[in-house]
Design a binder for this molecule. Structure first.
Ligand code: SAH
Length: 515
């Protein structure tokens, strides 16, 4: 039998015929390798092109926000015009309300545009899908846009852009979102008094005038309105969701919701890792002697499905090496802007509640401004090593280098986003150190439970009892368990307040049994 090394390195002692046969085989195998490489290269390029297409669509959704919001406004105006003069006279302030709404849309659009200007796409957005007609694009992961009506009847968190980022984008987000120099230059270089965009909006028949300080469009061709495509309205709904998520994570108004959802998790981490600030002695041996150095390595905590990043930031401020993981570009574009570019608290004004006239106690409630961010993230006291990592949780953290890496995994309104929740639990178990903890808070409103028309889309919808049973099979022991009542991106002044009775638990991964 000829071993593979012998095949590629024939010796002179071999008969000429054998050498020729071996050489032919070598050529064939090289050819096969070449074909394989070409296939992989094409596949990678296709995936990148799909990701670029998906990202362009998300950017378009953001850019379509003003137009879509104004369409709604026009609809409301049309209804108003249908009123009889007598009925019109009963709500004389209505015309004024429409004018105010127009300005609110303009202000929101201004914030969005600034956010997009600060965004550095991790991939070349100009690439397209030409030449890939043979591919089954329907099945491409980036093309799955599914509405998610899980958390609020009027809000679908941006859950569904399945960006399976490859290494480049992963590392981009790792480094881009890491703690940045707090004195770093602003992308737009606004003067101090112009920062709050309330004073900066300009209305041109409801259209935003692109007056954006010093920022130049040249490096952001993808922002050029002429290159924008129209997107389905459901995509723009996701933008509205992001605006609501901004209140949850980054406004004083969201404090109550954060107290309900994030505080129990932070308190639990605080009590489970009491010694995290303590310094430890480690030895540093050099050629001649052993030195001792005081070293403190904070415990590490991963937050999959980190949304707009506030919980991951709070965990970092608590003294953990914290990493948020998020796969939606809708979320990542926005969290990156707040985490990396916010310069002062309350820098921006948005009007998050203008998109619905329902359940409003007053017009002033509906049209109230909300300032963001309530804190300046860069001065919040984060622990070194804070990062956000883009990509699908299972894909990114199933890498072998992640095994046994984390002291804690925190999931908040996340585990029900899975196609297969068992896979999530398995991954969490794998990446935790022995003795590490998994803290969870959230409902089981399975995200893919009601996706019609996708026959091969899987959705495993376990009951809480089964989730716990499966977790125990992966070595988890429940240490704490209770129900916590919360809202999710709810307008605190609305007459409708959806509530969740969420499952909150702490589970510990049992230590490996050593023999
Ligand atoms: N934890 C945040 C966000 C909850 S919504 C909060 O409590 O506010 C769930 C988040 O998980 C969304 O931002 C969604 O984009 C993200 N997500 C869903 N599936 C994911 C996956 N497979 N990998 C990473 N993030 C995911």
């Amino acid at each position: 039998m000829i071993s593979s090394s012998e095949m590629t390195e024939p010796t002179t002692a071999q008969a000429p015929e054998t050498v020729t046969a071996v050489a032919t085989e070598t050529e064939m195998s090289r050819e096969r390798d070449g074909e394989e490489e070409e296939k992989i290269r094409r596949q990678k390029k296709l995936e990148e092109a799909l990701e670029a297409k998906s990202l362009r669509r998300i950017i378009s959704a953001y850019l379509n926000y003003p137009e879509a919001a104004e369409e709604d406004l026009k609809k409301w105006e049309r209804s108003y015009r249908k009123l009889s003069p007598a009925h019109k006279a009963l709500v004389p302030h209505y015309a004024l309300k429409f004018e105010r709404l127009k300005r609110c849309i303009s202000t929101n659009s201004y914030f969005i545009f600034n956010m997009l200007q600060a965004f550095e796409p991790p991939i070349d957005l100009s690439q397209d899908l030409d030449g890939y007609e043979d591919s089954n694009l329907d099945c491409a992961p980036h093309e799955k846009y599914v509405l998610d009506e899980r958390h609020d009847s009027s809000c679908q968190p941006a859950l569904t852009n399945n960006c399976a980022h490859e290494e480049e984008s992963k590392s981009m987000h790792d480094s881009e979102l890491q703690k940045k120099d707090t004195n770093g230059p602003s992308p737009n270089n606004y003067s101090e008094d112009a920062r709050n965009n309330d004073e900066r909006y300009d209305c041109d028949g409801g259209h935003l005038i692109h007056d954006h300080g010093n920022a130049s469009l040249s490096s952001h061709d993808w922002l050029d309105p002429s290159l924008q495509t129209h997107v389905p309205l459901v995509d723009v709904d996701k933008v509205r969701c992001i605006i609501r998520n901004l209140v949850r994570d980054w406004a004083a108004e969201g404090q109550r919701e954060r107290d309900q959802c994030y505080k129990p998790i932070l308190d639990e981490l605080d009590s489970l890792f009491p010694d995290r600030q303590k310094q430890r002695y480690v030895s540093l041996s050099s050629a001649y002697r052993v030195n001792y150095m005081i070293c403190s390595t904070p415990p590490s905590c991963l937050v999959p499905g980190a949304g707009l990043g506030r919980l991951a930031l709070e965990i970092s401020c608590l003294g953990f090496i914290s990493q948020g993981n998020e796969f939606s570009y809708y979320m990542m574009i926005c969290s990156s802007f707040i985490l990396n570019y916010a310069q002062v608290p309350n820098e921006w004004t948005i009007y998050p509640w203008i998109h619905s006239n329902c359940n409003s106690l007053s017009d002033n409630d509906q049209l109230r401004p909300v300032s963001i961010p309530d804190i300046h993230p860069a001065s919040a006291g984060i622990t070194e090593g804070f990062s956000m990592c883009g990509g699908d949780f299972v894909e990114v953290y199933n890498e072998s280098c992640q095994a046994g890496m984390w002291d804690a995994v925190v999931t908040c309104f996340f585990i029900d986003t899975a196609h297969n929740i068992i896979e999530y639990i398995e991954t969490i178990s794998k990446i935790l150190k022995d003795g590490g903890v998994w803290i969870n808070l959230g409902p089981l409103l399975y995200h893919f439970a009601d996706t019609y028309g996708h026959d091969n889309e899987m959705s495993i919808e376990l009951s809480l009892e089964d989730v716990k049973r499966v977790a125990s099979q992966y070595g988890f022991e429940i240490e704490k368990e209770r129900t916590i009542e919360t809202t999710y991106t709810t307008n605190p002044r609305s007459m409708m307040q959806n509530r969740y009775y969420t499952a909150f638990w702490t589970m510990r991964k049992k230590c490996a049994i050593t023999t």
